[in-house]
Ligand binder design. Structure first.
Ligand code: HEC
Length: 170
């Protein structure tokens, strides 16, 4: 890819520049290892491993941030509970997820199932639903609305469960 890119640049034809402008930088970076190492699971390349490590770190933090919310909502919400802080964290971390599943991170040391990439539209729908619900959770937390908080937290917890059921291996 690098060779063909520099050839293109050397030629600097208007046509090549137009074609390059149409490609996002991410698409170029993401496609390179996949083409270079067709024979191995792409998640085992250095870039694939880095993408998986980053994704797992995001989910670890999502888990750590959602736990206090879930625990506090089991009983009456204590007046001092800083639920908004944790709810905001979950929502902000969820914003990283649309970019956390590049093709190069399919396979290798990951529990992400291959059907994420085979069934992308359904996975993306679930991911968007999760982000919508985390947004509702932060809104309810900022308003100190206990009933809305419990409803939103239940919806978020359900999203965790159904995504794991379909798209995460044991
Ligand atoms: C749209 C799908 C989806 C949603 C929603 C989702 N997860 Fe996950 N989660 C995954 C996938 C896929 C993995 C496996 C990641 C990997 O191994 O690369 C994962 C992994 C994890 C991990 C393990 C991280 C590690 O250390 O490897 C935790 C903890 C976790 N999720 C917690 C949560 C919690 C809590 C929620 C809800 C607040 C949630 N997840 C919502 C798909 C999802």
């Amino acid at each position: 890819m690098r060779t063909s890119l520099s050839n293109l640049t050397a030629r600097t034809t208007a046509c090549a520049l137009t074609a390059l402008a149409g490609l996002s930088v991410t698409a170029i970076i993401v496609s390179r290892p996949a083409h270079a190492e067709n024979a191995v699971a792409s998640g085992t390349t250095p870039a694939g491993r880095a993408a998986i490590a980053s994704r797992r770190a995001i989910f670890l933090l999502i888990g750590n941030s959602f736990r206090p919310v879930a625990e506090m909502l089991r009983g009456p919400v204590p007046p001092q509970a800083n639920l908004a802080k944790y709810a905001n964290r979950v929502a902000q971390l969820a914003d990283f997820l649309p970019e956390a599943f590049p093709d190069i991170s399919n396979g290798g040391e990951t529990r992400a199932k291959a059907n994420i990439w085979n069934d992308r539209a359904d996975f993306d729908r679930l991911l968007q639903q999760f982000r919508d619900h985390t947004g509702q959770l932060t809104q309810a937390a900022s308003k100190h609305d206990d009933a809305a908080l419990k409803a939103a937290a239940t919806a978020v917890a359900q999203d965790c469960r159904s995504c794991h059921e379909h798209y995460r291996s044991e």
